[in-house]
Design a protein around this ligand. Structure first.
Ligand code: GLU
Length: 492
Protein backbone atom coordinates (compact mmCIF):
# COMPACT_ATOMS: atom_id res chain seq x y z
CA UNK A 1 0.00 0.00 0.00
CA UNK A 2 1.22 3.50 -0.78
CA UNK A 3 0.67 6.56 1.45
CA UNK A 4 -1.88 7.93 -0.95
CA UNK A 5 -5.21 8.45 0.75
CA UNK A 6 -8.36 9.75 -0.91
CA UNK A 7 -11.86 10.10 0.34
CA UNK A 8 -15.39 10.11 -0.98
CA UNK A 9 -17.46 12.35 1.27
CA UNK A 10 -21.17 12.13 0.52
CA UNK A 11 -23.81 14.02 2.46
CA UNK A 12 -26.58 11.54 3.28
CA UNK A 13 -29.37 13.90 2.30
CA UNK A 14 -30.52 11.96 -0.74
CA UNK A 15 -29.77 8.92 -2.87
CA UNK A 16 -26.45 8.64 -4.68
CA UNK A 17 -26.59 11.04 -7.64
CA UNK A 18 -24.93 9.99 -10.87
CA UNK A 19 -22.61 13.03 -10.71
CA UNK A 20 -21.59 12.24 -7.15
CA UNK A 21 -21.05 8.63 -8.18
CA UNK A 22 -18.62 9.92 -10.79
CA UNK A 23 -16.62 11.69 -8.07
CA UNK A 24 -16.58 8.44 -6.09
CA UNK A 25 -15.40 6.54 -9.16
CA UNK A 26 -12.56 8.97 -9.88
CA UNK A 27 -11.35 8.73 -6.27
CA UNK A 28 -11.62 4.96 -6.33
CA UNK A 29 -9.77 4.62 -9.64
CA UNK A 30 -7.01 6.87 -8.38
CA UNK A 31 -6.66 4.88 -5.14
CA UNK A 32 -6.52 1.60 -7.03
CA UNK A 33 -4.08 2.89 -9.62
CA UNK A 34 -1.76 4.25 -6.92
CA UNK A 35 -2.33 1.35 -4.53
CA UNK A 36 -3.61 3.86 -2.02
CA UNK A 37 -6.51 3.92 0.43
CA UNK A 38 -10.07 4.80 -0.49
CA UNK A 39 -12.03 6.24 2.44
CA UNK A 40 -15.75 6.84 2.70
CA UNK A 41 -16.60 9.64 5.10
CA UNK A 42 -20.19 10.59 5.75
CA UNK A 43 -20.76 14.33 5.94
CA UNK A 44 -23.86 14.42 8.08
CA UNK A 45 -23.35 17.69 9.94
CA UNK A 46 -26.70 18.91 8.61
CA UNK A 47 -28.69 16.96 11.17
CA UNK A 48 -32.07 18.06 9.86
CA UNK A 49 -31.54 16.70 6.35
CA UNK A 50 -29.24 13.72 6.93
CA UNK A 51 -30.69 10.26 7.52
CA UNK A 52 -29.20 6.86 8.19
CA UNK A 53 -31.42 5.45 5.43
CA UNK A 54 -29.75 7.70 2.85
CA UNK A 55 -26.34 6.73 4.21
CA UNK A 56 -27.20 3.05 3.81
CA UNK A 57 -28.61 3.62 0.36
CA UNK A 58 -25.44 5.45 -0.77
CA UNK A 59 -23.19 2.70 0.58
CA UNK A 60 -25.36 0.09 -1.10
CA UNK A 61 -25.07 1.85 -4.45
CA UNK A 62 -21.30 2.24 -4.06
CA UNK A 63 -20.98 -1.47 -3.32
CA UNK A 64 -23.19 -2.22 -6.31
CA UNK A 65 -20.81 -0.21 -8.47
CA UNK A 66 -17.97 -2.32 -7.08
CA UNK A 67 -16.30 0.73 -5.52
CA UNK A 68 -15.40 -0.95 -2.25
CA UNK A 69 -13.82 1.19 0.45
CA UNK A 70 -10.90 0.48 2.76
CA UNK A 71 -12.15 2.64 5.63
CA UNK A 72 -15.68 3.82 6.29
CA UNK A 73 -18.54 4.21 8.76
CA UNK A 74 -19.59 0.57 8.53
CA UNK A 75 -16.15 -1.07 8.59
CA UNK A 76 -14.19 1.45 10.66
CA UNK A 77 -10.48 2.08 10.24
CA UNK A 78 -7.59 3.75 12.04
CA UNK A 79 -8.89 7.29 11.56
CA UNK A 80 -12.51 6.90 12.66
CA UNK A 81 -15.20 7.63 13.41
CA UNK A 82 -16.16 8.17 9.78
CA UNK A 83 -19.38 10.08 10.40
CA UNK A 84 -18.97 13.78 11.02
CA UNK A 85 -21.85 13.76 13.50
CA UNK A 86 -19.63 11.59 15.73
CA UNK A 87 -16.69 13.97 15.58
CA UNK A 88 -18.15 17.17 17.06
CA UNK A 89 -15.82 17.14 20.08
CA UNK A 90 -12.81 17.16 17.82
CA UNK A 91 -14.13 20.09 15.82
CA UNK A 92 -14.77 22.02 19.03
CA UNK A 93 -11.19 21.33 20.14
CA UNK A 94 -9.83 22.67 16.87
CA UNK A 95 -11.99 25.79 17.12
CA UNK A 96 -10.67 26.40 20.63
CA UNK A 97 -7.12 26.15 19.31
CA UNK A 98 -7.83 28.69 16.60
CA UNK A 99 -9.51 31.03 19.07
CA UNK A 100 -6.55 30.82 21.43
CA UNK A 101 -4.06 31.62 18.71
CA UNK A 102 -6.20 34.48 17.41
CA UNK A 103 -6.79 32.80 14.06
CA UNK A 104 -10.49 32.74 14.75
CA UNK A 105 -12.84 35.07 16.56
CA UNK A 106 -16.37 35.17 17.88
CA UNK A 107 -18.91 36.93 15.74
CA UNK A 108 -22.06 38.27 17.37
CA UNK A 109 -23.84 39.50 14.24
CA UNK A 110 -27.40 38.23 13.98
CA UNK A 111 -28.67 36.56 10.80
CA UNK A 112 -30.93 39.59 10.24
CA UNK A 113 -28.01 42.03 10.45
CA UNK A 114 -25.95 39.91 8.10
CA UNK A 115 -28.79 39.71 5.62
CA UNK A 116 -29.29 43.47 5.73
CA UNK A 117 -25.60 44.11 5.02
CA UNK A 118 -25.55 41.53 2.27
CA UNK A 119 -28.41 43.33 0.55
CA UNK A 120 -26.73 46.69 1.01
CA UNK A 121 -23.54 45.40 -0.62
CA UNK A 122 -25.45 43.94 -3.54
CA UNK A 123 -27.33 47.20 -3.97
CA UNK A 124 -24.05 49.07 -4.37
CA UNK A 125 -22.69 46.52 -6.81
CA UNK A 126 -20.38 44.77 -4.34
CA UNK A 127 -19.96 41.00 -3.99
CA UNK A 128 -21.58 39.63 -0.85
CA UNK A 129 -18.94 39.09 1.79
CA UNK A 130 -18.65 39.32 5.56
CA UNK A 131 -17.26 42.76 6.25
CA UNK A 132 -15.38 41.87 9.40
CA UNK A 133 -17.68 43.69 11.81
CA UNK A 134 -16.60 41.55 14.79
CA UNK A 135 -12.99 41.03 13.67
CA UNK A 136 -11.46 43.25 16.32
CA UNK A 137 -13.96 43.56 19.15
CA UNK A 138 -12.61 44.71 22.48
CA UNK A 139 -13.41 42.73 25.61
CA UNK A 140 -15.95 45.42 26.56
CA UNK A 141 -17.67 45.24 23.19
CA UNK A 142 -17.89 41.46 23.49
CA UNK A 143 -19.31 41.74 26.99
CA UNK A 144 -21.90 44.18 25.67
CA UNK A 145 -22.93 41.75 22.89
CA UNK A 146 -23.25 38.93 25.42
CA UNK A 147 -25.35 41.07 27.72
CA UNK A 148 -27.69 41.72 24.78
CA UNK A 149 -28.24 37.95 24.68
CA UNK A 150 -26.44 37.51 21.35
CA UNK A 151 -25.13 33.98 20.72
CA UNK A 152 -21.76 33.99 18.97
CA UNK A 153 -20.68 32.00 15.96
CA UNK A 154 -16.94 31.56 15.35
CA UNK A 155 -15.29 32.88 12.21
CA UNK A 156 -11.95 32.03 10.68
CA UNK A 157 -9.70 35.07 10.32
CA UNK A 158 -8.66 34.68 6.70
CA UNK A 159 -5.05 35.84 6.38
CA UNK A 160 -4.45 38.68 3.97
CA UNK A 161 -2.80 38.02 0.65
CA UNK A 162 -3.09 35.58 -2.18
CA UNK A 163 -4.50 32.10 -1.90
CA UNK A 164 -3.11 29.69 -4.43
CA UNK A 165 -4.70 26.36 -5.22
CA UNK A 166 -2.44 23.88 -6.95
CA UNK A 167 -4.91 21.95 -9.01
CA UNK A 168 -3.66 18.81 -10.72
CA UNK A 169 -6.23 19.24 -13.48
CA UNK A 170 -6.31 23.00 -13.91
CA UNK A 171 -2.90 24.15 -12.80
CA UNK A 172 -2.61 27.10 -10.43
CA UNK A 173 -5.78 28.90 -9.46
CA UNK A 174 -5.31 32.19 -7.66
CA UNK A 175 -7.71 33.91 -5.29
CA UNK A 176 -7.34 37.11 -3.32
CA UNK A 177 -8.31 36.69 0.33
CA UNK A 178 -10.15 40.00 -0.19
CA UNK A 179 -12.98 38.27 -2.04
CA UNK A 180 -13.39 35.53 0.49
CA UNK A 181 -14.11 37.22 3.76
CA UNK A 182 -13.91 35.62 7.18
CA UNK A 183 -16.20 32.61 7.13
CA UNK A 184 -18.03 30.75 9.85
CA UNK A 185 -16.40 27.62 11.21
CA UNK A 186 -18.68 27.08 14.19
CA UNK A 187 -22.34 28.08 14.10
CA UNK A 188 -24.01 29.82 17.00
CA UNK A 189 -25.73 26.53 17.90
CA UNK A 190 -22.30 24.93 18.40
CA UNK A 191 -22.36 22.84 15.20
CA UNK A 192 -19.36 22.90 12.87
CA UNK A 193 -19.65 24.38 9.42
CA UNK A 194 -18.94 22.25 6.39
CA UNK A 195 -15.64 24.07 5.84
CA UNK A 196 -14.32 23.31 9.29
CA UNK A 197 -15.43 19.69 9.36
CA UNK A 198 -13.98 18.94 5.92
CA UNK A 199 -10.61 20.49 6.67
CA UNK A 200 -10.25 18.92 10.11
CA UNK A 201 -11.24 15.53 8.73
CA UNK A 202 -9.05 15.69 5.66
CA UNK A 203 -6.20 16.78 7.92
CA UNK A 204 -6.77 14.18 10.64
CA UNK A 205 -7.47 11.40 8.15
CA UNK A 206 -4.22 12.22 6.36
CA UNK A 207 -5.96 12.68 3.03
CA UNK A 208 -3.32 13.32 0.38
CA UNK A 209 -5.53 14.10 -2.62
CA UNK A 210 -8.95 15.73 -2.76
CA UNK A 211 -10.77 14.89 -5.98
CA UNK A 212 -14.16 16.57 -6.22
CA UNK A 213 -16.38 18.59 -8.51
CA UNK A 214 -15.40 22.03 -9.78
CA UNK A 215 -18.36 23.48 -7.91
CA UNK A 216 -16.08 23.15 -4.86
CA UNK A 217 -13.29 25.41 -6.17
CA UNK A 218 -14.37 28.44 -4.15
CA UNK A 219 -14.67 26.20 -1.10
CA UNK A 220 -11.12 25.03 -1.70
CA UNK A 221 -9.98 28.65 -1.61
CA UNK A 222 -11.37 28.78 1.94
CA UNK A 223 -9.93 25.42 2.90
CA UNK A 224 -6.31 26.02 1.92
CA UNK A 225 -5.62 28.75 4.54
CA UNK A 226 -7.60 26.80 7.12
CA UNK A 227 -5.44 23.70 6.56
CA UNK A 228 -2.42 25.92 7.07
CA UNK A 229 -3.78 27.59 10.18
CA UNK A 230 -4.50 24.21 11.74
CA UNK A 231 -1.00 23.00 10.95
CA UNK A 232 -2.08 20.26 8.55
CA UNK A 233 -0.27 19.58 5.33
CA UNK A 234 -2.43 20.80 2.46
CA UNK A 235 -3.63 17.96 0.24
CA UNK A 236 -3.33 18.11 -3.52
CA UNK A 237 -6.52 19.02 -5.31
CA UNK A 238 -8.15 17.90 -8.53
CA UNK A 239 -11.46 19.48 -9.50
CA UNK A 240 -13.38 17.59 -12.14
CA UNK A 241 -15.80 19.29 -14.53
CA UNK A 242 -19.55 18.94 -14.15
CA UNK A 243 -21.92 16.64 -15.98
CA UNK A 244 -24.50 18.62 -17.92
CA UNK A 245 -27.87 17.70 -19.34
CA UNK A 246 -28.40 17.76 -23.14
CA UNK A 247 -29.65 21.37 -22.85
CA UNK A 248 -26.38 22.50 -21.25
CA UNK A 249 -27.85 22.94 -17.76
CA UNK A 250 -26.52 21.08 -14.73
CA UNK A 251 -27.72 17.46 -14.89
CA UNK A 252 -30.93 17.24 -12.89
CA UNK A 253 -34.18 15.34 -12.64
CA UNK A 254 -35.74 17.26 -15.50
CA UNK A 255 -33.24 15.50 -17.80
CA UNK A 256 -34.34 12.05 -16.60
CA UNK A 257 -33.13 9.72 -13.89
CA UNK A 258 -30.24 11.03 -11.80
CA UNK A 259 -30.12 8.47 -8.97
CA UNK A 260 -27.77 5.54 -9.45
CA UNK A 261 -30.46 3.30 -7.91
CA UNK A 262 -32.88 4.31 -10.67
CA UNK A 263 -30.39 3.14 -13.29
CA UNK A 264 -29.93 -0.11 -11.41
CA UNK A 265 -33.70 -0.66 -11.38
CA UNK A 266 -33.94 0.01 -15.10
CA UNK A 267 -31.43 -2.74 -15.67
CA UNK A 268 -28.13 -0.99 -16.28
CA UNK A 269 -25.07 -2.98 -15.29
CA UNK A 270 -22.63 -1.37 -12.86
CA UNK A 271 -19.74 -1.94 -15.26
CA UNK A 272 -21.60 0.06 -17.92
CA UNK A 273 -22.29 2.92 -15.51
CA UNK A 274 -18.64 2.98 -14.42
CA UNK A 275 -17.45 2.76 -18.00
CA UNK A 276 -19.72 5.57 -19.07
CA UNK A 277 -18.85 7.86 -16.15
CA UNK A 278 -15.18 7.29 -16.88
CA UNK A 279 -15.65 8.18 -20.56
CA UNK A 280 -17.36 11.38 -19.43
CA UNK A 281 -14.31 12.20 -17.33
CA UNK A 282 -11.41 11.64 -19.68
CA UNK A 283 -10.80 10.42 -23.19
CA UNK A 284 -9.01 7.06 -23.30
CA UNK A 285 -5.92 6.97 -25.50
CA UNK A 286 -7.09 3.87 -27.30
CA UNK A 287 -9.91 3.99 -29.80
CA UNK A 288 -11.89 1.32 -28.03
CA UNK A 289 -14.44 2.46 -25.51
CA UNK A 290 -15.57 -0.64 -23.64
CA UNK A 291 -13.57 -1.05 -20.45
CA UNK A 292 -13.87 -3.15 -17.30
CA UNK A 293 -13.32 -1.49 -13.93
CA UNK A 294 -9.81 -2.97 -13.65
CA UNK A 295 -8.89 -1.75 -17.12
CA UNK A 296 -10.20 1.69 -16.21
CA UNK A 297 -8.03 1.75 -13.08
CA UNK A 298 -5.00 0.88 -15.20
CA UNK A 299 -5.78 3.53 -17.80
CA UNK A 300 -6.57 6.26 -15.25
CA UNK A 301 -4.31 9.20 -14.48
CA UNK A 302 -5.42 12.18 -12.45
CA UNK A 303 -3.93 14.66 -14.95
CA UNK A 304 -6.13 13.19 -17.66
CA UNK A 305 -9.34 14.35 -15.97
CA UNK A 306 -11.10 16.64 -18.39
CA UNK A 307 -11.38 20.36 -17.69
CA UNK A 308 -14.46 20.89 -19.77
CA UNK A 309 -17.97 19.83 -18.80
CA UNK A 310 -19.42 16.69 -20.34
CA UNK A 311 -22.92 16.28 -21.71
CA UNK A 312 -24.79 13.27 -20.41
CA UNK A 313 -25.81 11.20 -23.44
CA UNK A 314 -28.23 8.43 -22.60
CA UNK A 315 -27.80 6.87 -26.05
CA UNK A 316 -24.13 6.37 -25.43
CA UNK A 317 -24.84 4.85 -22.03
CA UNK A 318 -27.42 2.54 -23.62
CA UNK A 319 -24.94 1.43 -26.22
CA UNK A 320 -22.31 0.71 -23.59
CA UNK A 321 -24.82 -1.16 -21.49
CA UNK A 322 -25.68 -3.36 -24.46
CA UNK A 323 -21.98 -4.04 -24.97
CA UNK A 324 -21.49 -5.02 -21.34
CA UNK A 325 -24.59 -7.21 -21.41
CA UNK A 326 -22.99 -9.12 -24.26
CA UNK A 327 -19.74 -9.47 -22.30
CA UNK A 328 -21.19 -10.32 -18.89
CA UNK A 329 -20.83 -13.70 -17.28
CA UNK A 330 -23.91 -15.60 -18.44
CA UNK A 331 -24.97 -17.07 -15.11
CA UNK A 332 -24.60 -13.72 -13.38
CA UNK A 333 -26.61 -12.06 -16.14
CA UNK A 334 -29.29 -14.72 -15.82
CA UNK A 335 -29.58 -14.09 -12.10
CA UNK A 336 -29.88 -10.36 -12.75
CA UNK A 337 -32.69 -10.96 -15.26
CA UNK A 338 -34.78 -13.15 -12.95
CA UNK A 339 -36.51 -10.31 -11.01
CA UNK A 340 -37.69 -8.69 -14.26
CA UNK A 341 -39.12 -11.99 -15.46
CA UNK A 342 -40.88 -12.59 -12.15
CA UNK A 343 -42.36 -9.09 -12.23
CA UNK A 344 -43.61 -9.67 -15.77
CA UNK A 345 -45.28 -12.92 -14.64
CA UNK A 346 -43.06 -15.05 -16.89
CA UNK A 347 -41.48 -16.85 -13.93
CA UNK A 348 -43.46 -17.89 -10.88
CA UNK A 349 -40.64 -17.57 -8.40
CA UNK A 350 -37.14 -16.14 -8.03
CA UNK A 351 -35.95 -19.54 -6.80
CA UNK A 352 -35.50 -21.87 -9.76
CA UNK A 353 -34.65 -25.58 -9.90
CA UNK A 354 -31.25 -26.34 -11.40
CA UNK A 355 -32.95 -27.58 -14.56
CA UNK A 356 -35.09 -24.47 -14.99
CA UNK A 357 -32.12 -22.25 -14.26
CA UNK A 358 -30.06 -23.99 -16.92
CA UNK A 359 -32.83 -23.52 -19.41
CA UNK A 360 -33.08 -19.87 -18.47
CA UNK A 361 -29.33 -19.49 -19.00
CA UNK A 362 -29.86 -20.69 -22.57
CA UNK A 363 -32.71 -18.24 -23.07
CA UNK A 364 -30.60 -15.35 -21.81
CA UNK A 365 -27.73 -16.45 -24.02
CA UNK A 366 -30.10 -16.37 -26.98
CA UNK A 367 -31.69 -12.99 -26.26
CA UNK A 368 -28.94 -10.92 -24.68
CA UNK A 369 -27.82 -9.60 -28.04
CA UNK A 370 -31.17 -7.79 -28.30
CA UNK A 371 -31.02 -6.11 -24.92
CA UNK A 372 -30.14 -2.50 -24.16
CA UNK A 373 -31.28 -2.71 -20.55
CA UNK A 374 -32.21 -5.75 -18.50
CA UNK A 375 -35.77 -4.53 -18.01
CA UNK A 376 -36.36 -5.36 -21.69
CA UNK A 377 -35.73 -9.04 -21.07
CA UNK A 378 -39.42 -10.06 -20.67
CA UNK A 379 -40.15 -8.67 -24.14
CA UNK A 380 -37.64 -11.04 -25.70
CA UNK A 381 -37.92 -14.01 -23.35
CA UNK A 382 -41.70 -14.11 -23.66
CA UNK A 383 -41.49 -16.38 -26.73
CA UNK A 384 -39.93 -19.07 -24.54
CA UNK A 385 -41.54 -18.48 -21.16
CA UNK A 386 -45.00 -17.19 -22.07
CA UNK A 387 -47.93 -19.03 -23.58
CA UNK A 388 -47.67 -19.55 -27.32
CA UNK A 389 -49.56 -16.89 -29.20
CA UNK A 390 -49.25 -15.94 -32.83
CA UNK A 391 -48.88 -12.19 -33.17
CA UNK A 392 -50.96 -10.43 -35.78
CA UNK A 393 -48.17 -9.40 -38.12
CA UNK A 394 -46.59 -12.84 -37.71
CA UNK A 395 -49.83 -14.54 -38.82
CA UNK A 396 -49.38 -12.94 -42.26
CA UNK A 397 -46.52 -15.34 -42.95
CA UNK A 398 -48.82 -18.29 -42.35
CA UNK A 399 -51.08 -17.13 -45.18
CA UNK A 400 -48.33 -17.67 -47.76
CA UNK A 401 -49.13 -20.61 -50.04
CA UNK A 402 -45.96 -22.47 -49.16
CA UNK A 403 -46.37 -22.10 -45.38
CA UNK A 404 -48.19 -25.44 -44.77
CA UNK A 405 -45.54 -27.29 -46.71
CA UNK A 406 -42.66 -25.71 -44.76
CA UNK A 407 -44.34 -26.32 -41.42
CA UNK A 408 -45.16 -29.92 -42.30
CA UNK A 409 -41.53 -30.56 -43.17
CA UNK A 410 -40.41 -28.97 -39.87
CA UNK A 411 -42.95 -31.04 -37.95
CA UNK A 412 -41.74 -34.26 -39.59
CA UNK A 413 -38.19 -33.55 -38.53
CA UNK A 414 -39.15 -32.60 -34.98
CA UNK A 415 -41.24 -35.75 -34.61
CA UNK A 416 -38.44 -37.94 -35.91
CA UNK A 417 -35.76 -36.43 -33.66
CA UNK A 418 -35.16 -36.23 -29.93
CA UNK A 419 -33.97 -33.15 -28.05
CA UNK A 420 -32.06 -30.76 -30.27
CA UNK A 421 -28.95 -28.95 -29.18
CA UNK A 422 -27.72 -25.81 -30.90
CA UNK A 423 -25.66 -27.79 -33.43
CA UNK A 424 -28.62 -30.08 -34.19
CA UNK A 425 -30.68 -26.95 -34.64
CA UNK A 426 -28.25 -25.73 -37.26
CA UNK A 427 -28.37 -29.09 -38.96
CA UNK A 428 -32.17 -29.04 -39.05
CA UNK A 429 -32.11 -25.60 -40.59
CA UNK A 430 -29.58 -26.86 -43.15
CA UNK A 431 -31.80 -29.78 -44.13
CA UNK A 432 -34.82 -27.53 -44.56
CA UNK A 433 -32.79 -25.07 -46.60
CA UNK A 434 -31.58 -27.86 -48.92
CA UNK A 435 -35.06 -29.30 -49.30
CA UNK A 436 -36.77 -26.08 -50.21
CA UNK A 437 -34.11 -24.48 -52.33
CA UNK A 438 -35.08 -26.40 -55.48
CA UNK A 439 -38.64 -25.16 -54.97
CA UNK A 440 -37.46 -21.59 -54.87
CA UNK A 441 -38.41 -21.16 -51.21
CA UNK A 442 -35.45 -19.45 -49.63
CA UNK A 443 -34.50 -16.66 -47.22
CA UNK A 444 -37.37 -15.06 -45.35
CA UNK A 445 -39.92 -17.14 -47.24
CA UNK A 446 -38.43 -20.17 -45.57
CA UNK A 447 -37.40 -19.04 -42.13
CA UNK A 448 -40.28 -16.71 -41.34
CA UNK A 449 -42.94 -19.45 -41.37
CA UNK A 450 -40.53 -21.54 -39.26
CA UNK A 451 -39.92 -18.70 -36.84
CA UNK A 452 -43.61 -17.91 -36.56
CA UNK A 453 -44.43 -21.59 -36.16
CA UNK A 454 -41.98 -21.93 -33.27
CA UNK A 455 -42.30 -18.57 -31.53
CA UNK A 456 -45.45 -16.82 -32.80
CA UNK A 457 -43.32 -13.77 -33.56
CA UNK A 458 -41.32 -12.41 -36.48
CA UNK A 459 -38.51 -11.27 -34.20
CA UNK A 460 -36.21 -13.19 -31.93
CA UNK A 461 -32.93 -14.99 -31.62
CA UNK A 462 -31.34 -17.20 -34.26
CA UNK A 463 -33.45 -20.27 -35.06
CA UNK A 464 -30.89 -22.85 -33.88
CA UNK A 465 -31.13 -21.19 -30.43
CA UNK A 466 -34.90 -21.42 -30.59
CA UNK A 467 -34.83 -25.09 -31.58
CA UNK A 468 -32.40 -25.76 -28.77
CA UNK A 469 -34.36 -23.97 -26.08
CA UNK A 470 -37.91 -25.12 -26.76
CA UNK A 471 -38.90 -28.45 -25.24
CA UNK A 472 -39.48 -30.91 -28.07
CA UNK A 473 -43.11 -31.61 -27.15
CA UNK A 474 -43.85 -27.94 -26.79
CA UNK A 475 -42.20 -27.20 -30.14
CA UNK A 476 -44.32 -29.89 -31.81
CA UNK A 477 -47.50 -28.51 -30.25
CA UNK A 478 -46.65 -25.01 -31.38
CA UNK A 479 -45.88 -26.02 -34.95
CA UNK A 480 -49.08 -28.07 -35.13
CA UNK A 481 -51.10 -25.08 -34.02
CA UNK A 482 -49.41 -22.84 -36.58
CA UNK A 483 -49.88 -25.47 -39.29
CA UNK A 484 -53.57 -25.64 -38.47
CA UNK A 485 -53.80 -21.89 -38.82
CA UNK A 486 -51.85 -21.95 -42.08
CA UNK A 487 -54.17 -24.59 -43.53
CA UNK A 488 -57.26 -22.62 -42.50
CA UNK A 489 -55.84 -19.58 -44.24
CA UNK A 490 -55.40 -21.55 -47.44
CA UNK A 491 -58.93 -22.90 -47.52
CA UNK A 492 -60.45 -19.44 -47.15
N1 GLU B 1 -20.13 16.50 1.34
C1 GLU B 1 -19.80 17.23 0.18
C2 GLU B 1 -20.81 17.03 -0.90
O1 GLU B 1 -21.60 16.10 -0.82
C3 GLU B 1 -18.48 16.81 -0.40
C4 GLU B 1 -17.43 17.69 0.08
C5 GLU B 1 -16.06 17.34 -0.36
O2 GLU B 1 -15.84 16.46 -1.18
O3 GLU B 1 -15.19 17.97 0.17
O4 GLU B 1 -20.86 17.81 -1.81
Amino acid sequence: MSDIRVRFAPSPTGHLHIGTARTALLNWLFARKEEGTFIVRVEDTDRSRSTIEFEESILEDLAWMGLYWDEGPDIGGDFGPYRQSERFELYQKKVDELLRSGQAYRCYCTPEELEERRKARLATGLMPKYEGTCRNLTAEQEAECISQGRKPAVRFRVPEGKIIIHDLVRGEIEFSSEVIGDFIILRSDGSPSYHLAVVVDDGEMKVTHVIRGEDHITNTAKHVPLFEALGYSVPKFAHNAMILGPDGGKLSKRHGATAVSAYRQMGYLPEAINNYLALLSWAPEETREVFSLEKLAKAFAIEKISKSPAIFDINKLNWLNGQHIRLADLERLTNLCIPYLVDAGLLADRELSRKDFERLVKIIEAVRGNLTVLSEVPMYARIFLGTFEIEQDAAEWLKKTHAPEVLTALLDILEARGKLNFEDGREVMGILRDNFKPLGITGKNLFMPIRVGLTGSTKGPELPFVLNILERDDAIKRVRKALQKAKEAQSR
